[in-house]
Design a protein around this ligand. Sequence first.
Ligand code: HEC
Length: 112
Amino acid sequence: MKTTIGTIAGIALIALSTSAFADEQIEIGKKIYERAFGRGCGTCHDISSNPQLSANIKAGTLDRAKFEEVITNGRGGMPKALDEIMKNAAVTKAGYGKDQALDALYKYLETK
Ligand code: HEC
């Protein structure tokens, strides 16, 4: 009986901390999206003629690897954005590295 209660409490704790981590990730992703290049990625991406990042991720046409590739190297009218993302105050405050910052941004876009 004691073991059962301990196990349940343990599982609940893990579930709680996992969701707190996911919330933090999404919050940081949102700050990147809203603040990169001063006015945010949405300055360009919330205009319908440019790629719709959330929609493309949900449709499966923009996977994590392609996402990183375009952000790192730029493409056509899309500026290289990695330095800008790494300079974001939320990213430096959390001590995120490149992969963590891009994961956070991708996660946010998945939920947006
Ligand atoms: C100055 C406008 C501008 C800004 C700011 C901008 N983008 Fe873009 N982005 C574009 C354009 C235009 C394209 C399409 C490029 C092409 O294919 O020629 C694009 C393409 C992309 C793609 C590829 C999408 C796909 O489905 O193939 C990704 C990913 C992307 N941008 C991410 C971002 C992120 C993240 C930010 C913010 C950190 C950002 N962009 C800021 C203009 C912009």
